[in-house]
Ligand binder design. Sequence first.
Ligand code: COA
Length: 173
Amino acid sequence: MIELLPWSSDDLWAVERFLSDPEMMKHLGGPQSREQVVDQHARYLNTAASGTGQMFKIVLSPASDAIGNIGYWDKTWREELVYETGWMVLPEHQGRGYASAALRLLVEWLRNDHVHRFLHAFPAVTNGPSNALCRGAGFTNLGEFEFEYPVGHPLRCNDWRLDLSVQQRASSP
Ligand SMILES: CC(C)(COP(=O)(O)OP(=O)(O)OC[C@H]1O[C@@H](n2cnc3c(N)ncnc32)[C@H](O)[C@@H]1OP(=O)(O)O)[C@@H](O)C(=O)NCCC(=O)NCCS
């Protein structure tokens, strides 16, 4: 069973493992430098502090070490304020439904308490597991678009959207 716990200052090692792993980062512009890792960790912490979202670590209850992360944050998208979400699960824990379970928890949390109506996810079109995750959680694919992530790396992404104001039934696994 998994739980979502708020990202904390002790979790730098986890973001370092995520972002420096070439396999984890193959759909995200490749591995990042130590400086980028530290910067990303600070942004994860700042998301909650600034009240614009929340990054969580995914833990296997009752342990408290991160096996992955998931979060949401404000984003202006096509001139509308929406939430964006993103996720990662460490390679040795992948393929066991943990990201799907984490997304279910996040959506449940946001359905109960949200300011914006829509939650978007923008996985690369080549990111099979992330696109499957969106489909399984009941998101609608609004189509492909060209993006830059990180800066300087063109990325073709899907625009998946979930309406938080509508109770939807996720497709069965
Ligand atoms: C995306 C990621 C978080 C998925 O984690 P996970 O815990 O292995 O995911 P799950 O076990 O919950 O499986 C998710 C879905 O992906 C599917 N899947 C797994 N590998 C797949 C593949 N190679 N191609 C297509 N679908 C695949 C699973 O079957 C499942 O779909 P289903 O529920 O319809 O059967 C993990 O692969 C990851 O961390 N990737 C690197 C980081 C990344 O790309 N993050 C996304 C940024 S948007």
